[in-house]
Write a protein that binds this ligand. Structure first.
Ligand code: B4P
Length: 196
């Protein structure tokens, strides 16, 4: 099973991807996590990505496409994978199509988590507050100002993917405003329908 989780920042892509990993035993390929790991390890990619991420903007297609292409060739991706937060631009979507075609693979479904803007900012600020209260590091992009930029980037560069995947007959929408268990149940229903 190869699927994409699509949605605005804070929609719950990472949250739901982790649940899918547990249930289906396929890996979560989160470009956000991969980039944060590169920043932490101070690799060349991390050094180039840091300022861009801190400002709430998107890292270049070239960097992101390269890290995903390398990742999907690893053994644990043989049975499938969950693309979480990737693709985020039309150029990235074209890159995924090429990457999969070159390997004789295809996408099963693209699941969009639909959440309104007000709820998104509330979730992000809550995550920042909870991390702070627990003495954990707060993500530099989890504040109201940077979040506004993340959302602008989403509408400008990522939202066009909704029409792109709809036209390719791959898009399924779920109500991301529901509680986490309900969202999981909706996703499982979509997966059951597309894989049977
Ligand atoms: P990501 O790490 O992908 O972060 P995100 O979009 O904010 O998170 P997500 O939607 O996964 O939300 P989550 O489950 O955590 O990206 C960060 C940055 O990396 C980008 O801004 C960009 O700079 C860079 N980047 C990543 N991928 C890129 C790409 N492909 N191209 C270029 N740049 C890229 O949920 C958020 C919060 O909501 C959590 O606290 C969670 O507990 C809560 N929550 C989840 N579901 C909920 C629900 N149903 N109800 C209530 N709360 C819920």
């Amino acid at each position: 099973m190869k699927l994409i989780l699509l949605g605005p920042p804070g929609a719950g892509k990472g949250t739901q991807a982790q649940r899918l990993v547990e249930k289906h035993g396929i890996p979560q390929l989160s470009t956000g996590d991969m980039l944060r790991a590169a920043v932490k390890a101070e690799t060349e990619v991390g050094k180039r990505a840091k300022a861009v991420m801190d400002a709430g903007e998107l890292v270049s297609d070239e960097i992101v496409n390269a890290i995903v292409a390398e990742r999907i060739d690893q053994d644990d991706c043989a049975k499938g994978f969950i693309l979480d937060g990737y693709p985020r631009t039309l150029a990235q979507a074209d890159a995924v199509a090429d990457m999969l075609a070159e390997r004789g693979l295809h996408l099963d479904v693209v699941i969009e988590l639909v959440v309104d803007d007000k709820a998104l900012v509330g979730r992000i600020l809550k995550r920042a507050e909870e991390a702070h209260a627990a003495g954990q590091p707060v993500r530099k992009d989890d504040n109201a100002e940077v979040f506004e930029e993340r959302l602008r980037e989403y509408y400008k560069k990522t939202a066009p993917l909704i029409g792109y995947y709809y036209a390719n007959d791959l898009l399924k929408q779920v109500d991301g405003m529901a509680d986490m268990d309900d969202v999981t149940a909706q996703i499982e229903a979509v997966l059951a329908a597309v894989t049977h």
